[in-house]
Design a protein. Structure first.
Length: 226
């Protein structure tokens, strides 16, 4: 049992070090030696858990997906907004999420498949929009699949702009501005008045989702998240 705990801690230390190096240097410039030095582990320990730099990058990309489940909302559009705002809060506060986004947006990352995170982000947004459409919350012409891709794509651009200009300090205000512009072209006006897109929403949703994850058995959380 003690060995298993040590192995888990070693893996977490390696991932945290890899996240730091990938965020600072980008995928192409990052080296295994830098990650080893930052993690303070041996080469053997690293290769026990990860076979290559690409494997490390996928580990970081997967580690950003905490088992945080947003409780179901009566207004389904609110659930879509909450996905966006929760990711925004975590992007500002979680180094693993920032590193994952850096890898995803890194066009110089040769040999690294960066498509997975975009699909991962788009899927719950699309599903939320489909539920909203079934409840009559969306404008008639809205296609949930197309709109999910638009939301994910525009968000990617907004977060990249925020990172370049202010290192994410203004991310929340930029994302709420994005939602104020997008939502009226997607959502019925009668529904939109009840949707919360305030700047404090992300932290509130994180606190709610974290508390929920602590009260639900681990296996159930994994089923809900997967």
């Amino acid at each position: 049992m003690a060995e298993q705990v040590r192995a888990i801690r070693t893996r977490q230390a390696i991932l945290a070090a890899a996240a730091k190096v990938f965020e600072e240097r980008g995928y192409q410039a990052a080296t295994i030696s830098e990650i080893l030095a930052s993690a303070g582990v041996t080469k053997g320990a690293l290769y026990f858990h990860f076979q290559s730099k690409e494997d490390l990058a996928f580990g970081v990309l997967n580690a950003q997906n905490q088992n945080l489940v947003i409780p179901d909302r009566a207004i389904k559009v609110q659930g879509v907004v909450d996905i966006v705002m929760l990711h925004t809060y975590r992007l500002q506060t979680d180094p693993m999420v920032r590193a994952g986004v850096r890898l995803t947006m890194d066009q110089l990352a040769q040999g690294l498949d960066r498509s997975g995170p975009f699909r991962t982000w788009a899927m719950p947004v699309r599903e939320g929009l489909e539920r909203a459409k079934s409840q009559g919350e969306l404008l008639p012409q809205i296609d949930p699949t197309e709109t999910a891709d638009v939301i994910v794509g525009t968000y990617a651009g907004i977060q990249s702009m925020s990172q370049a200009l202010t290192d994410y300090e203004d991310l929340v205000s930029r994302v709420t501005a994005l939602l104020r512009h997008l939502m009226p072209s997607i959502v019925q006006s009668s529904v939109l008045t009840s949707v919360d897109i305030s700047e404090s929403r992300g932290q509130n949703v994180y606190n709610e989702a974290f508390a929920h994850s602590q009260s639900v058995p681990e296996a159930e959380v994994e089923r809900a998240a997967g």
